[in-house]
Design a protein around this ligand. Structure first.
Ligand SMILES: *Cc1c(COP(=O)(O)O)cnc(C)c1O
Length: 400
């Protein structure tokens, strides 16, 4: 069998599952933005695509995209930028950059699964430091793990996925200062957050800030970028495939950045919707909504697998996090969609929670029925005992 030449650790792995979703489903499992370019921009975009030189190899350096990214997102002028075919590709090559025997990658758990997968793929040691139960960072544990394992590479998603929580900026800065290796702050959800480290990329030299266009409306383009000090980014440039970006997505990405007012409008809508959905869920019985600074909400419900199934029956796909990590017991992750899609979600969630309430009430009255039943038995047994006792006593004293 030719498979015997394939690494046994890969043979043992399973394929990264990409959901196959019917067209009539509301797809809220992968943090995609529900909007594309508005009609008045579609024609202009199409014309730019027509002019894209698809007969030529792409040259990201001269494409103008890097400068457009600097201008749009405030990347420092002395930081160097690497472009990736999605930030997934950058995670892969940042890992390859430091992967050698005895090198360690450190990340927090739960977080983006690709960090660990890449560590394993490239044969690095992997250390995952668990979050606290409220999804906050266990800073002492992280710092201790850094001291102990001296990681070559540390990944922190800021805000984190799949929890949505931001960490404290001071904590991140302390991690960057303590680590001797490269620290990648993954700001995939930076556009939805109150804070960003992009302005500090490359300062200190081990700080790399990574972002993507995926979560702001362009998951299909596969454009990610990382900014850091030239001493690191120049080495990364040596191993990135020279033509990893393509003309169509370079062209479209530049077009998107020229129309940031549209993109920012969508982001503002989604942030407002996130708060509206959070408020609506927060008042529901036995439901915990965790603070999120991303375009999704992670929510603990009474029975996540059941609610997941009910949503699916109603043609809504979310992410079931139950069973993926201890702190994610009964958690679902809802990507924020259009107001109409979110209303559809709220209707089903409300219905399932109402069912749960009714069941709880019934169980409550069953309980009290059980209690009075037991009481009656108790009284009956006590009465019989009393009669027997008085009979015995009567007999003993010869009165009967
Ligand atoms: C979605 C996501 C990515 C991957 O983004 P792409 O640019 O689409 O590859 C990276 N990091 C985190 C934390 C994400 O959630």
């Amino acid at each position: 069998m030719p498979t015997r030449f394939i690494r046994s650790d890969i043979l043992a792995q399973s394929v990264y599952h990409v959901a196959d979703v019917p067209d009539d489903f509301i797809k809220l499992d992968a943090m995609e933005v529900p909007y594309t370019f508005p009609e008045h921009l579609q024609q202009v975009w199409a014309e730019q695509l027509l002019a894209a030189p698809i007969n030529r190899y792409p040259n990201p350096a001269t494409s103008g995209l890097q400068q457009a990214l600097r201008d749009a997102f405030g990347i420092p002028s002395d930081a160097a930028i690497a472009l990736g075919n999605g930030s997934d590709e950058l995670i892969q090559f940042l890992t390859l950059l430091v992967a050698q025997s005895d090198a360690t990658m450190l990340a927090i758990e739960p977080s983006f699964v690709m960090y660990r997968r890449n560590a394993e793929l490239f044969g690095m040691n992997y250390v995952g430091v668990p979050l606290n139960a409220d999804f906050s960072l266990n800073l002492p544990a992280v710092l201790e793990a850094i001291e102990q394992h001296n990681p070559a590479l540390t990944f922190i998603a800021y805000p984190n996925n799949p929890t949505g929580t931001p960490f404290e900026r001071e904590q991140i800065e302390q991690i960057v200062q303590t680590a001797k290796g490269i620290v990648v702050i993954d700001e995939a959800y930076g556009a939805f957050a109150d804070d960003s480290l992009i302005g500090q990329a490359g300062q200190p030299a081990n700080l790399v800030v990574m972002r993507t266009l995926s979560k702001i409306g362009f998951a299909g383009l596969r454009v990610g970028y990382a900014a850091g000090s030239p001493v690191i980014m120049n080495e990364l440039a040596k191993i990135l495939p020279p033509y990893n970006m393509n003309q169509l997505s370079l062209t479209t990405a530049k077009f998107a950045l020229q129309n940031m007012d549209v993109v920012n409008g969508n982001i503002a809508t989604l942030k407002a919707e996130r708060e509206r959905v959070a408020d609506a869920m927060r008042v529901m019985t036995d439901t915990t909504v965790f603070d999120s600074q991303a375009n999704f909400l992670t929510v603990r419900v009474p029975d996540a697998p059941y609610m997941f199934t009910k949503l699916k029956e109603n043609k809504i796909l979310v992410k079931n996090l139950h069973g993926t990590h201890d702190v994610l017991q009964n958690c679902l992750r809802f990507t924020i969609g259009t107001p109409e899609q979110n209303d559809a979600v709220l209707r089903v969630v409300q219905m399932v929670i109402a069912e749960h309430e009714a069941r709880k009430l019934r169980a409550g009255s069953d309980d009290s029925a059980g209690l009075s039943g037991k009481l009656m038995w108790g009284v009956a047994i006590a009465t019989v005992l009393l009669i027997v006792l008085s009979l015995i006593l009567g007999l003993a004293f010869g009165k009967i």
